[in-house]
Write a new protein. Structure first.
Length: 112
């Protein structure tokens, strides 16, 4: 009986010490001024940039910037800019590590 109680307490602790959170970041018409220039839409793109932390404090990978996520989205379709942009930031938390990520979505365009 004691081992069942211990296992239940350990499972509860794991559940309470992990989780996730999502924070809306914003909406923008484009990442660069269009100023009446002609363009072709190349399609929808969604990219994520993230950073992993050890013990929730020590960064061990990545940079987690909106700029990098936008550049990755543009490069995924070989375009020049991104329009109709949506940005969200979310975090995933576990006992030994955590991950904070920024997701960018929008339509990739190429000027002509």
């Amino acid at each position: 009986m004691k081992s069942v109680y211990t296992a239940a307490c350990a499972a509860l602790a794991l559940i309470l010490l992990s989780g996730c959170a999502m924070i809306p970041g914003g909406v923008a018409p484009s990442n660069t001024p269009i100023n009446g220039r002609n363009y072709t839409e190349l399609g929808y793109a969604k990219e994520t940039d993230s950073r992993i932390y050890l013990l929730g404090l020590l960064p061990i990978s990545g940079s987690n910037t909106i700029r990098d996520a936008i550049e990755e989205a543009i490069d995924s379709k070989n375009g020049d800019a991104l329009i109709n942009i949506t940005v969200e930031t979310y975090g995933q938390y576990w006992i030994l590590w955590s991950r904070v990520a920024t997701r960018v979505e929008g339509n990739v365009i190429r000027f002509y």
